[in-house]
Write a protein that binds this ligand. Structure first.
Ligand SMILES: [Zn+2]
Length: 260
């Protein structure tokens, strides 16, 4: 599943091929994407120039020169594929944006869960989003303020996009392991010192240095994830056993011996 680092990277790849260029045509191909990107919206973006590409949470925002914004969300499996308008279309292409220089940007997604929509100038379809997980404005003061109103455990609270934008299942679990915090702790009751530690942990797990080169290993070939998807394996900090529980319908991996 694309998490914040993957979406950030996708937005940068898109900017390299599409920034400053003009849309020749854009259309949704799959019926489920057509619901939010209609033929009239297709017509509305034709001839518009892509002025900037931003990421907000896991949303990619393509700002057009008339003030409208194309909003794309990859959900579970989406990704960009780049080619030329003369190439055969990928069978999993769910929406395509063709540029006047002959570049084709395809939104590919086996499961067709991705979304594309057009926000007219001055309107926004984005949900309420908290501070960015990767932004320096995310600090203990902010977390303390938003978490005190949450009557849920810290792990699902961290995944709530209105609390922290961009933090998903993998990195929420990894950050809690780094901060030595039990994911079942009540969000409203986390002590101040722990919140400081949590902020540092979130930065650490999202830091680009930790991500190269593979999906599951770091630069030294060491497993990238301390707890995620490691049920039954040994905790590399304390030698305990990684457990899996379900919180708010999602798997949480943690070490009950050292996450207290
Ligand atoms: Zn442990």
């Amino acid at each position: 599943m694309p998490e914040l680092p993957e979406v950030e990277k996708a937005a940068r790849r898109l900017a390299r091929v599409a920034l400053g260029k003009t849309i020749a045509s854009a259309r949704a191909i799959h019926p489920s994407l057509k619901r939010k990107f209609s033929p009239s919206q297709s017509r509305a973006v034709k001839g518009k120039r892509i002025e900037s590409i931003e990421r907000r949470g896991k949303h990619q925002l393509l700002r057009l020169d008339n003030g409208d914004t194309l909003v794309v969300h990859f959900r579970m499996n989406g990704d960009w594929e780049f080619g030329n308008t003369s190439d055969p279309l990928d069978k999993f292409a769910r929406a395509v944006i063709e540029l006047t220089d002959g570049t084709r940007v395809s939104l590919v997604d086996r499961r067709a869960l991705s979304a594309i929509t057009l926000d007219k100038k001055g309107s926004s379809s984005l949900p309420r989003l908290g501070r960015e997980a990767s932004d320096s404005s995310l600090d203990a003061d902010y977390l303390s303020d938003v978490l005190k109103r949450k009557k849920i455990a810290i792990k699902p609270a961290l995944m709530d996009q209105s609390v922290v934008a961009g933090l998903g299942n993998i990195y929420a679990a990894e950050a809690l392991w780094e901060a030595e915090m039990d994911p079942r702790t009540s969000a409203a009751r986390v002590e101040r010192a722990k919140l400081e530690k949590l902020v540092t942990a979130i930065r650490l797990v999202l830091s680009p240095k930790r991500r190269r080169p593979g999906r599951y290993t770091d630069t030294r070939g060491v497993e990238r994830f301390a707890v995620y998807d490691r049920e039954g394996m040994i905790c590399r900090r304390c030698g305990g056993t990684i457990e899996r529980i379900v919180q708010a319908g999602r798997s949480t991996y943690f070490c009950s011996s050292c996450q207290l």
